[in-house]
Design a protein around this ligand. Structure first.
Ligand SMILES: Cc1cc2nc3c(=O)[nH]c(=O)nc-3n(C[C@H](O)[C@H](O)[C@H](O)COP(=O)(O)OP(=O)(O)OC[C@H]3O[C@@H](n4cnc5c(N)ncnc54)[C@H](O)[C@@H]3O)c2cc1C
Length: 381
């Protein structure tokens, strides 16, 4: 048993930290304020090999493990959660299902550009009628008409679906009454409308849109993998994604602890640093413990994934703990900063706004508890 990352993972961490601090951190406030999606960062993350880290070398990937992806997401997320989720969704939701379930022809067609960061893919599961009960809420239908699927329906909150470099959206659709399949819809396909971006509480520099399919026709070959496998495909995609979201949350908690420590050591009140008060110091001590437990749960889940072992329970544990810890961490940082923590322009307010979605996306905290309770054998509904 090892509780440390390998020298290769640590080297990757250093390289990503250097990149994130030089290329992302100085601009994060501006992108957040302007709701600007910096497409060049995606391309730089592609050039650095972060987007392709876990994919086959045959498609231009690095052939690395899932732990490497988590390290990269943690480090990008430490400076900017919007770019962290952009990376996480590009890989976990965009490329992963195609790499896992695509036919050789689909992989050859889409993966090289996606893996290089020249294009991005999105994953359309959630609908306006529901996300937690994704299977039960799917109303989007795809009917075969000759050698084409005709898709009708809509999707809500789809990350990376409307960028200038989005090339394909993999959408869940009913292909029969009780049959869910995933179908790949190229960006710009007639019958696909990308709605204007949402005005979100946080993740301002991340790209999120609703999608509408109206008699949207794509070739029958655009079925991802096998017909009727959509439920299995999206559940497995989400299990992986939950570990990656946990890594994003670890990055945020790490940033909050670092910034709170720095401020608590320098800000003076009553003639001494505010961190010399137990009321402040003990909050940071507790945060240190919570961060370490988030990190251990996250990298344990990633290690299980890399070992080819079952991950459902471990991914839910990691996601639940790491995301709830990140939300608490932003509250602690804001409190330690006092009035300055409430003023826009520094990272604290951005972190505070960005944190909440971690408890919602890719399965809410309630859904993680449901998965965990069921895993414990409880007959919970
Ligand atoms: C910024 C953003 C980006 C997103 N990106 C994507 C994306 O790229 N692709 C995609 O497909 N989706 C995406 N989503 C959707 C996200 O995954 C869903 O919002 C999430 O799964 C919750 O679904 P919902 O919003 O429909 O809430 P609902 O399912 O309507 O849930 C509402 C509330 O009820 C609770 N609840 C529901 N069922 C139960 C239960 N059985 N027991 C206890 N409590 C329950 C939930 O936990 C929640 O608190 C994104 C969402 C956002 C906001």
């Amino acid at each position: 048993m090892s509780f440390t990352l390998s020298p290769d993972h640590e080297a990757l961490r250093s390289a990503v930290r250097e990149f994130a601090e030089a290329e992302i951190a100085p601009h994060a406030e501006e992108w957040d304020r302007d709701h600007h999606f910096p497409v060049h960062i995606v391309q730089e993350m592609g050039d650095l090999g972060l987007i392709g880290a876990i994919f086959d070398e045959e498609y231009g990937g690095g052939g690395g493990d899932f732990t490497s992806l988590c390290v990269a997401i943690e480090e990008v997320g430490r400076v900017d959660q919007s770019m962290g989720i952009t990376l996480e969704a590009a890989v976990g939701l965009g490329i992963n299902p195609i790499a896992e379930y695509g036919t050789p022809e689909q992989k050859a067609k889409w993966l090289p550009d996606l893996v290089a960061g020249r294009t991005m893919a999105a994953f359309g599961l959630t609908e306006p009628g529901g996300g937690s009960d994704a299977a039960g809420a799917i109303r989007t239908k795809a009917e075969l008409d000759g050698d084409e699927w005709v898709i009708n329906g809509s999707k809500a909150f789809i990350t990376n679906s409307g960028t200038d470099i989005t090339s394909v959206i993999t959408a869940a659709a009913l292909t029969d009454d009780d049959e869910i399949s995933m179908i790949m819809v190229p960006a710009g396909n007639p019958g696909l409308t990308v709605e204007p971006g949402y005005n979100k509480l946080g993740w301002h520099a991340s790209d999120t849109h609703g999608l509408v399919f109206e008699d949207c026709r794509v070739p029958a070959d655009n079925l991802l993998g096998e017909r009727g496998q959509g439920f299995h495909q999206f559940l497995a995609t989400l299990d992986d994604g939950r570990i990656a979201i946990a890594a994003l949350a670890v990055g945020l908690t790490q940033a909050c602890l670092e910034q709170a420590l720095e401020y608590a050591g320098t800000r003076q009140a009553f003639g001494r640093p505010v961190g010399s008060n137990q009321g402040i110091a003990f909050q940071l001590a507790d945060l240190d413990v919570a961060l370490e437990s988030s990190r251990l749960l996250t990298y344990k889940a990633a290690a299980l994934k890399d070992a080819g072992m079952p991950i459902k329970h471990a991914a839910a544990r990691a996601k639940l703990h790491a995301t709830e810890t990140a939300v608490s961490a932003t509250r602690v940082l804001t409190q330690v900063l006092g009035g300055y923590g409430f003023i826009e322009g520094g990272p604290a307010t951005r972190f505070y706004r960005d944190a909440k979605i971690l408890e919602i996306g890719e399965g809410t905290s309630e859904i993680q508890r449901l998965v965990l309770a069921r895993g414990l054998g409880l007959p919970v509904l």
